[in-house]
Write a new protein. Sequence first.
Length: 423
Amino acid sequence: MTSHIRYDNKKLFVEDIPAALLAEKYGTPLYVYSSNQIAEQFRILKDTFDIVPNLKFLYALKANSNSELLKLISSLGAGADTVSAGEIFLALRSGFAPDSISFAGVGKTDYDLDFALDRGIGTIIAESDEELRAISERAAAMSKTANVSLRINPDVDARTHPHISTGLKENKFGINIRDAVGSARAAAKMKNIRLVGIHSHIGSQITEVEPFAEAVNSIREFLAKLSRDGIEVSQIDLGGGIGVRYKNALKDRLLPTETSEEPSIDLRTLAKVVKDGLSSSGYEILMEPGRFLTAESGILLTRVLYRKESSGRTFVIVDAGMNDMMRHALYSAYHQVVPVELGEKAFELVDIVGPVCESTDVFAAQREISRVDRGDLLAIMTVGAYGYSLASNYNSRLKPAEILVDKDYSRIVRDRENLEDLV
Ligand SMILES: Cc1ncc(COP(=O)(O)O)c(C=O)c1O
């Protein structure tokens, strides 16, 4: 796999531009994305899943909904997986055709449903019996018929972080697979609903094929039950969840090696599981990757503000905070943190923390890194997914700018906020 974020002559580059130059030009903290890395990730998916006939990828906007990234991803040929009227709006504005958009989410408001119906969105994914009735009512009021996919909860353990596990029966998502035949029967009778598919999303950052295989089996069994009831669908949506590697995004003799017990999903085996399990009956198969497309394309550049020694610990305080990138605060997520310029300085054990008034405002705890001082630049790696999209104004901090790089050309794709934006 080609990596478009790499060291060259001890300097970190995003495509053909030194990261230090970007920090100088646009300030820090700064999200920087590589457009060719996104294209590369899409190519990997397409090539690997080429063996599955009639398969389409819908990009999950929640991972990163910057509209310039969306334009790029729609131009590559993906559809869109959305969860709010806002995401539908962004997808349409960024070039996704209405019928290539699906709309999921456990708590869609009437406003959301009307918005989706009015815009002719491809599929609405229903997550409860009550929601099915609401979709039917809203569609009837607009004299429309809604294409609906039923989200089943297959009770599969995705073996990922509990906060991003969604396919267990105790999770709020989808309709319990035991009750879902009844829901499908009811849906099939509703006048303003066309039941077109079955949907399942079991979690995010999944690094093993087995949970997907279990979900595929559950879906097959479920489809057989539906068939016995005379209900046929044409679409199977397997959701998102393909995991990425967070450790050793960059390797160099001047970087500490990150001990990696990190499992990595075998995409070829996954593609085979999908093909063998589902493709024989001519279904249209959908997958909704978010993280896989954007995570590795993004870095967060941040400058060291201070060093502080306290009770035997060394804190490196940087100008990015948990409001800019909260994955560590939310899920204790691991991100490699590297110097923008490599030096021969000795490694030391430090806590890399932000300025926010929370003890969870940490990017790396007790992490080995070569010594950095006030003014030095660091890059937090693999933040292109669930980075900016989770950012907030907590502590009335201004959200950072976002920059998109294509070879030797960089441009602002979202301005840094200014104080007036807080009012
Ligand atoms: C319904 C649905 N589809 C797709 C995704 C994208 O998941 P990922 O970014 O792990 O691919 C999510 C994420 O939570 C989701 O809830």
